[in-house]
Design a protein. Structure first.
Length: 118
């Protein structure tokens, strides 16, 4: 794990990481199959979050998570980002980076994994 202004978070017995600028993880990949990146977030954010998700510097997604209003229920949820084959071709690992956009912080990431999509 690497990062700028980042900190650990704990919510409902799960540990996560967030940042006011960016953080990243190195993950193993298998370039022989189509891949997806699954990231677990929580709806319980204190402010609107907006950030990009990058794989080895290539943007694979952009996520916005609004501030949770009191009547909304919190909860964990997964988002799957397809990873382009050429982003992992010939590689055994990639760096997945979460980077705030529009001056906003990243949301807390509670889980991250790469899966084969078929």
């Amino acid at each position: 794990m690497q990062g700028g202004k980042t900190s650990p978070i704990q919510r409902r017995g799960r540990y996560g990481r967030r940042a006011s600028d960016w953080f990243s993880f190195d993950l193993a990949v298998d370039p022989s199959a189509p891949l997806g990146l699954i990231v677990t977030y929580n709806r319980d954010e204190q402010a609107e979050r907006a950030f990009a998700v990058l794989v080895d510097g290539r943007k694979v997604g952009e996520q916005r998570i609004p501030r949770r209003s009191p009547q909304e229920q919190e909860g964990f949820f997964d988002v799957t980002y397809p990873i382009p084959a050429d982003a992992v071709a010939g590689k055994a690992k990639v760096t997945v980076r979460f980077e705030g956009i529009d001056g906003r912080e990243t949301a807390t990431v509670y889980g991250i994994r790469v899966i084969r999509t078929r």
